[in-house]
Write a protein that binds this ligand. Structure first.
Ligand SMILES: Cc1ncc(COP(=O)(O)O)c(C=O)c1O
Length: 348
């Protein structure tokens, strides 16, 4: 567990915010860096190149967080865009296996390849590994489900994919930041940073196993994908960066200015300890609701409205017809107890 002084001053939360699965709250260094950059922008005090340094910083910090090398990390704006790039690079007639209730950013990018006979099949999350067979080209799965916090059995999926020569893409948007993950165990790991990595929206990262890089078409190639992007803006020939940066989208500066310091806070606090903190709070909530302990920082309960929580000034969400609460660094035992009190004995 964290000593209170380790977290002190990092967040300004004036009411229980139990909705990190929707968006995370910025730690102080991220908020300050963003304010400073916005102020510089407003007054024209600086040139833009400095803002792009945040992309490199974020790439390096993310690589350390998930056990990858910076040259294996691509930086884009959204998960759907990065998965779309992988989908566009699949061979015609590829077979993609996805869980039945998967977030659409990891579903529609595969479905839109229908015209090339890319075929999508679905299976229940719990049986996903058993559904991989020799016809499977790629398994695409969220490490943690957005609808209810269920955790995929990634070791079994990986094993089944390896036995069938299939690729694995993991969407770790609801995992990265609290759930320990070794990205290089998978062909592709995609993360949008605005939830558990507490960054502005618009900064997404993807690890690519080095042996897969050549198979990907850099469909977003532009000035930023060049080997030396600063100062080399015009004319042929094509000169792509040798690293996964060739897959980048040219950066939305301010998103990255806020993202780099937020990732560094996560790194400094440590994912293992964040995991313990978050799951501890989630299990306190589960116990109060009469549920068995779980493994997730996200809890879904059979209450079809967040109204009682809203009336008590507590922010949560309703997904797939159930109440979804999620616990992160800026939450405390008092927040959990306030939510349980607000829900009242009639729903427990
Ligand atoms: C699992 C998962 N992936 C991706 C996203 C966001 O997708 P995108 O980056 O395409 O907006 C979300 C947002 O809720 C999500 O829960």
């Amino acid at each position: 567990m964290f000593a209170p002084e380790e977290l002190q001053g990092l967040w300004q939360v004036d009411r229980p915010y139990l909705n990190t699965a929707s968006y995370g709250l910025p730690p102080a260094p991220a908020f300050a860096a963003l304010q400073e950059a916005l102020d510089d922008w407003r007054h024209g005090r600086t040139s833009w190149e400095g803002w792009t340094e945040s992309v490199a910083r974020a790439r390096e910090s993310f690589a350390r967080l998930v056990g990858a090398r910076p040259q294996d990390v691509a930086a884009g704006a959204t998960v759907s865009e990065l998965i779309g790039l992988v989908a566009a690079s699949l061979p015609d007639g590829a077979q993609v296996l996805v869980p039945e209730v998967e977030f659409t950013s990891n579903l529609f990018p595969w479905l839109v390849q229908d015209g090339r006979r890319v075929h999508v099949t679905t299976a229940p999350l719990a049986g996903l590994a058993d559904s991989v067979d020799h016809a499977t080209t790629l398994v695409a799965v969220s490490a943690v489900q957005s609808s209810n916090g269920d955790i995929a059995d990634l070791p079994s999926i990986r094993e089944a994919a390896a036995a069938n020569d299939a690729l694995v893409l993991v969407d770790a948007t609801q995992a990265c930041g609290w759930f320990p993950l070794r990205a290089m165990d998978f062909d592709f790991v995609v993360v949008h940073t605005y939830k558990w990595l507490m960054s502005p929206r618009g900064a997404a990262l993807m690890t690519v196993r080095p042996e897969r890089l050549e198979s990907l078409v850099p469909v977003h190639a532009g000035w930023w994908s060049a080997e030396s992007p600063l100062g080399d803006y015009y004319g042929p020939p094509l000169r792509l960066a040798p690293s996964a940066r060739r897959l980048d989208t040219s950066p939305a500066w301010f998103s990255w200015v806020g993202t780099a310091p937020a990732l560094e806070v996560v790194e400094r606090l440590g994912v293992d300890r964040i995991h313990e903190h978050n799951v501890g709070l989630a299990n306190r909530f589960r116990a109060g609701m009469g549920l068995e302990p779980g493994e997730s920082a996200i809890v879904s309960v059979d209450v079809d409205s967040a109204e009682r929580l809203e009336r008590a000034g507590i922010r949560a969400a309703v997904r797939a017809g159930s109440l979804r609460v999620s616990f992160h660094l800026y939450n405390t035992c008092e927040h959990v107890d306030a939510a349980l009190d607000a829900l009242g004995p009639q729903v427990r």
